[in-house]
Ligand binder design. Sequence first.
Ligand SMILES: CCCCCCCC/C=C\CCCCCCC/C=C/C(=O)SCCNC(=O)CCNC(=O)[C@H](O)C(C)(C)COP(=O)(O)OP(=O)(O)OC[C@H]1O[C@@H](n2cnc3c(N)ncnc32)[C@H](O)[C@@H]1OP(=O)(O)O
Ligand SMILES: Cc1cc2nc3c(=O)[nH]c(=O)nc-3n(C[C@H](O)[C@H](O)[C@H](O)COP(=O)(O)OP(=O)(O)OC[C@H]3O[C@@H](n4cnc5c(N)ncnc54)[C@H](O)[C@@H]3O)c2cc1C
Length: 672
Amino acid sequence: MEGVDILPHERSKTQFDVDAMKIVWAGSRHAFEVSDRMARLVASDPAFQKDNRSRLGRKELFKNTLRKATYAWKRILELRLTEEEAGRLRFFVDEPAFTDLHWGMFVPAIKGQGTEEQQQKWLPLAYKMQIIGCYAQTELGHGSNVQGLETTATFDPDKDEFVIHSPTLTSSKWWPGGLGKVSTHAVVYARLITNGEEHGVHGFIVQLRSLDDHMPLPGITIGDIGMKFGNGAYNTMDNGVLTFDHVRIPRNQMLMRVLQVTSEGKCVQSNVPRQLIYGTMVFVRQTIVADASSALSRAVCIATRYSAVRRQFGSQDGVETQVIDYKTQQNRLFPLLASAYAFRFVGEWLKWLYTDVTQRLQANDFSTLPEAHACTAGLKSLTTTATADAIEECRKLCGGHGYLCASGLPELFAVYVPACTYEGDNVVLLLQVARFLMKTVSQLGSGKKPIGTTAYLGRVQDLMQCRCEVQTVGIIYSINAAEDWLKPSVMLEAFEARSARMCVARAQNLGKFANPEDGFAELSADLVEAAVAHCQLIVVSKFLDKLQQDIPGNGVKQQLQNLCYIYALNLLHKHLGDFLSTGCITPKQASLANDQLRSLYSQVRPNAIALVDAFNYTDHYLGSVLGRYDGNVYPKLYEEAWKDPLNDSVLPDGYNEYIRPLLKQQLHNSRL
Ligand SMILES: CCCCCCCC/C=C\CCCCCCC/C=C/C(=O)SCCNC(=O)CCNC(=O)[C@H](O)C(C)(C)COP(=O)(O)OP(=O)(O)OC[C@H]1O[C@@H](n2cnc3c(N)ncnc32)[C@H](O)[C@@H]1OP(=O)(O)O
Ligand SMILES: Cc1cc2nc3c(=O)[nH]c(=O)nc-3n(C[C@H](O)[C@H](O)[C@H](O)COP(=O)(O)OP(=O)(O)OC[C@H]3O[C@@H](n4cnc5c(N)ncnc54)[C@H](O)[C@@H]3O)c2cc1C
């Protein structure tokens, strides 16, 4: 069968309604229609062409991004796109740009931390892009430790101004995207000092460049921090360095929703918790979780289509085997496909949680903020780590051709992998989750009932009293055959018991230390494992919740069920040590789980291509010869190779200089 015939043949085997699945994936019919329209708009406009990025030098690459970002803005205005449409357009343009930080961090920082008056002044300018902003928090010396930032904002009551200053080299702002060459303004995070007293880190709106000629204002030094990992990739972004030499700004440019500074330099705390200063990060972490499913599904789409097209080794009748039919390939690929769906649904739920906490904050209800922080931090960490690893696994699943830029995977990996670091290093974020869990466990004895995602810890109090004895758990009696693993309550109980027991065991170990902080530091590696277990439980439980909803479309729910159990059973297999050592399941039950997993792979196999088609990605967005919708891989790969600049001439530059003399010399030597 020719390459172009394989995928249509695969599609003919589909056992569910792909169009209905597209709507489930998008979130709603409306979201699907918006997304589909924007994807086509971008794909059909030559201005958004992106297939030459890996061949461009830094300056060309950056200028190209400026052109695309400003053109996208022009189209947004011309077509009067809604915020939702504009967001999707930016998504399909698929090129990191200063606009991400302007809309994704600068605007949200002002909205979340500015007073009404400040919002009225700055937001209209930002919305029209009459000013362009970035988020300048991280410094050369400190990123994770926000309280350790060194930039100072000292109040001068005589002039009613703050003096922003970089006292050391390590206080230079370092990393902010959009800062290096574009931003006119920044929300700068600095230590507030009034009347000689320190009041912690706060955000300040600082103008950096002239609105007339774009030159840095007096006292300000700015530049780009240099090339980053991967050729095209994140090098479209001008991550920058910034120092201040006693730069003065008016008092009303400190973002004062959390704390007000009066003209006398007195600090007045509002009723809003201090942690709201970190609110922009919570917002962005939530968007990063939703984005993880996009990056992961893109890599999985490429690897799945290519695995169906690619044949390796013969069978008896002479037709070689499609590599997707190898159980080892399925065991590596299908859990990633399942993760893409799992992250989609947990991303939807997190968006709901974020909206809920935002509404509560507006009504002065701060009770769910710690949980929102723990969920956004933990899920950001879990999903980005898994996605970065998965993109690399997809490259390997595509064999040698996966290493070619034409596969789209090297660039995707290079653009994606910093997500494990920005918006909080993934380990640092898991430690935040661990703190939250340990606090929750320590309060169990006082009768405080945990709620939301930690409610299960309340249900295991008995378990703690019984020292986690295996007999107390229902699953031990419920799983006697492989199919028993397909009961939602059983699966949930297994993940809850594993996480609860890990948390309780860590809490008990912490209790052995005289100083809890010493204990936390000593046991931090174990604590991170408990945090991972808790976050995996959230993902599994939100996927199971999704299955409880009314899901229209022939066979759609069945496919989602298969994927949900693949996601959960694969985790169970990978973390078997946790499940066995906490006594949640027996070795026999673990073996039954594996049998069930293999059976699910067989059920997914005929639907695999349709399950990735349901992502509805255009070839433009995928940017991969291996992942083409039509499966016409080999002719196009061959064609693509000839586009390389090295093939512009038959003889390479340098032939006369290096190759010819070398060959002549060998000829001369052999004659000797
Ligand atoms: C029209 C066109 C449309 C286009 C649309 C475009 C839209 C684009 C959308 C999005 C694109 C976004 C693109 C993103 C690109 C990435 C850019 C990257 C940016 C960055 O990286 S910004 C810098 C991020 N930095 C960090 O994340 C630093 C990590 N460190 C921290 O967060 C913290 O310091 C900490 C969590 C490690 C805490 O450290 P510490 O222990 O010192 O904590 P304290 O400050 O003492 O506080 C302790 C106390 O507070 C609680 N806490 C901590 N953080 C939070 C929080 N965020 N929220 C609520 N509560 C928090 C913590 O749990 C403690 O509580 P308890 O005292 O224990 O109760
Ligand atoms: C592409 C990119 C874009 C960025 N954009 C922005 C931006 O727009 N604005 C902005 O302000 N910042 C930005 N950043 C900075 C980013 O937020 C920080 O790099 C990030 O928060 C990590 O901090 P760090 O670099 O200080 O890492 P470090 O904290 O120095 O981490 C180094 C290592 O130490 C470990 N570690 C640190 N603390 C602990 C601890 N307490 N316990 C155990 N291990 C620990 C970490 O796990 C890591 O392995 C960006 C970064 C990147 C890569």
